[in-house]
Ligand binder design. Sequence first.
Ligand code: GZL
Length: 331
Amino acid sequence: MRSRSTARTVIAAFAGVLLAASVAACGNSDTGGGSGDGNDKIVLGFSQVGAESGWRTANTTSIKEAAAAAGIELKFDDAQQKQENQIKAIRNFIQQKVDVIAFSPVVESGWDTVLKEAKDAKIPVILTDRAVDSADKSLYKTFLGSDFVKEGRLAGEWLVEQKKAASGPVNIVELQGTTGSAPANDRKKGFAEAIAANPNLKIVASQSGDFTRAGGKQVMEQFLKANPKIDVLFAHNDDMGLGALEAITAAGKTPGKDITIITVDAVKDGMQALADGKFNFIAECSPLLGPQLMDLAKKVKAGEEVPARIETEETTFTQEQAKEALPNRKY
Ligand code: GZL
């Protein structure tokens, strides 16, 4: 008798285990998601330019923090300032069938082919920070970023005002950003248009420092050797201006006094140099694009209409304004 009742107990226990296991399996498949893993998170593939400047670091932080806050799965790639790496990353995102692709194009040209591949794969693309020169605007849903021509123009207008009483020639040297990039092309354009108002203002040398401190220092050393009289430096970002400071002081000149220095970005180190009197004026370029990017990613994933162009809000700083703003600076 004992063996028969024991057998019944074992069979009942085994059946109970089987039943529990099948309910659990059904439970999983009922939580939605084609893969059965219930994961409905938006997957965003982002190709970043690199890590060339304080601005870029702040921009990357803003994007990563905003993705986490928005519950968006971020696939992040650092292209080390090479277009071929960005194209490779975008193709990987297409293969991985991400929901949305976003990127900051290191240069303006050469994107149509890969953007057509994304369009054919029905993956929406968002441009952030920098623009592309594609004639086909259907290749991306929107461009979120600054007006770089305006930044250059504000820098030039400030200098025209500062030098309006100057009688003789005012020699300007210009540290351009990455060759072929939208911020370099546009800041140069805006600045040149603005200073045309004063014929005394002349750009005597202009060369790329690639948006890096090392590049700014190296090119400024060349400028100082080749140009006995430099009155103004216009650097397309703070980092090149900070690199140039080393060259200027090594040449026995006082930055902010012997040479007026105007930059763009307004990252913390640049604002500190401005507050310390080493820089004279900064046109702000905000890197804090993360929250807006995540909002746009959700909208384009949902098939909602978004504006073709979203311009980031920003301002300018004098030395006094930098002293006031520094304590609350986010980046
Ligand atoms: C501007 C951004 C530029 C910054 C530089 O939006 O693309 O690239 O001005 C950065 O500091 O390297």
